[in-house]
Design a protein around this ligand. Structure first.
Ligand SMILES: *Cc1c(COP(=O)(O)O)cnc(C)c1O
Length: 379
């Protein structure tokens, strides 16, 4: 070993899902939206000049921040089913925060950037940060890289987060809702219970998939100043390639996040992302239309896959986490890939017999079912 190797920060990096070079792939492996971004994004793109690239972008990304504040404030319309709610509860899916100001929004290069900043800014205790054992596999990577102690809380046998597990002393709490890769949604009552038991630390709810059937917990910001809600344009707004994510919290916490950001890189958001993200945030109608289509395709997928002998939790995300009664997941993963149908397989304890299947278009899902119907041992 060379002497200089002693002082290297050695990390085991996060491994993102594969982005195949082939174009004919049915890509159901990274939870991207199968529909293009809003037509307003295409229009805004045509209007961008190279002159805007000569100058530094607005370090506050004020235009985007204001559009997001407005978007988070406008309540969703339509019937409960149209809002993606399973219950007839009149408030379900309408969740919006009244009087949300731009000072309560922090934007970053995808929510991964926002989450990394959150770990750096708020998780500085000697006590462990708590998150589920089966969850977004980036959390432990950031904690390891930043040398933050953490403790995984096992999901129960049904793969559900157990609120009580988060009552113990800790240095912070983070979990996705719906959880990934299970798709299981926690009710606002359970989330509020976890926050109520953790008022001396920061609680982060990662809502990457909330638009596919859950109710956002942003409304709880009225009551709790230690809550941070993180969202992204990557999934429900079809803009994974543009890298836009954001946090909603009280202005005090957002201020601390901005202090860290400005100590790192003032210009995280490029000019094009600011302009196109703003256009997407302003098109609520298109957003509603595409998320409803994905919800409908997902509900159909639940029926089809159950008929084919798969079981899964009741996902409220844009993916299903499935296991088959007789065909091993690893085998099926390889066979699907051979066929040009990419899904995600995690070779990890407790979930190594599961596949995570992103909800694509109806046509893409039909190709999946057609292959599965003929696969030996499926039925
Ligand atoms: C996809 C995802 C993210 C990050 O998405 P970005 O593209 O970085 O915005 C964050 N959390 C969870 C749980 C995700 O699945």
């Amino acid at each position: 070993m060379k002497k200089w190797e002693e002082n290297i920060r050695k990390v085991t990096p996060y491994v993102p899902g594969e982005q195949p070079k082939r174009r004919d792939v049915v890509k159901l492996n990274t939870n991207e939206n199968p529909y293009p971004p809003s037509p307003r994004v295409a229009k805004a793109l045509r209007q961008i000049s190279t002159e805007s690239m000569r100058k530094y972008p607005d370090p506050e990304a004020r235009m985007l921040v204001e559009a997001i504040a407005e978007m988070e404030t406008s309540p969703r319309s339509g019937s409960a089913a149209e809002r993606g709610c399973l219950s007839e509860d009149a408030a379900c899916g309408t969740a919006a925060m009244e009087n949300l100001t731009p000072e309560q929004i922090f934007v970053g290069v995808g929510s991964d950037d926002v989450l990394a900043m959150i770990f750096l800014t708020f998780f500085n205790s000697e006590k462990p940060v708590l998150f589920p054992d089966i969850t977004y596999s980036f959390y432990d990577v950031w904690a390891d890289m930043l040398r933050i102690p953490y403790e995984r809380q096992p999901l129960n046998e049904a793969f559900e987060i157990v609120g009580r597990d988060y009552y113990k002393e800790n240095g912070g709490v983070i979990f996705p809702n719906p959880n990934a890769p299970t798709g299981a949604l926690l009710g606002l009552d359970v989330i509020e219970d976890i926050i109520r038991h953790n008022q001396d630390v920061i609680v982060v709810v990662d809502e990457a998939y909330i638009d596919f059937g859950g109710v956002s917990c942003v409304g709880l910001l009225e009551k709790y100043d230690n809550l941070i809600v993180v969202k992204t344009f990557s999934k429900s707004r079809s803009m994974a390639g543009m890298r836009i994510g954001y946090a909603v919290a009280g202005k005090e916490l957002i201020g601390y996040l901005n202090d860290v950001k400005y100590s790192f890189n003032s210009y995280t958001m490029n000019q094009t992302a600011i302009l196109l993200g703003t256009a997407a945030a302003r098109d609520n109608e298109y957003f509603e239309e595409t998320r409803r289509k994905i919800i409908a395709t997902r509900e159909k997928a639940k029926l089809e896959l159950a008929k084919l002998g798969f079981s899964f939790q009741d996902s409220q995300a844009n993916f299903l986490f499935v296991t088959h009664k007789s065909v091993p997941a690893a085998e099926l993963f390889a066979a699907l890939k051979e066929e040009g149908i990419y899904v995600r397989y995690f070779d990890r304890p407790r979930i190594d017999n599961y596949l995570r299947i992103t909800i694509g278009t109806d046509e893409e899902m039909e190709r999946l079912y057609a292959f599965l119907r003929t696969y030996p041992g499926i039925r």
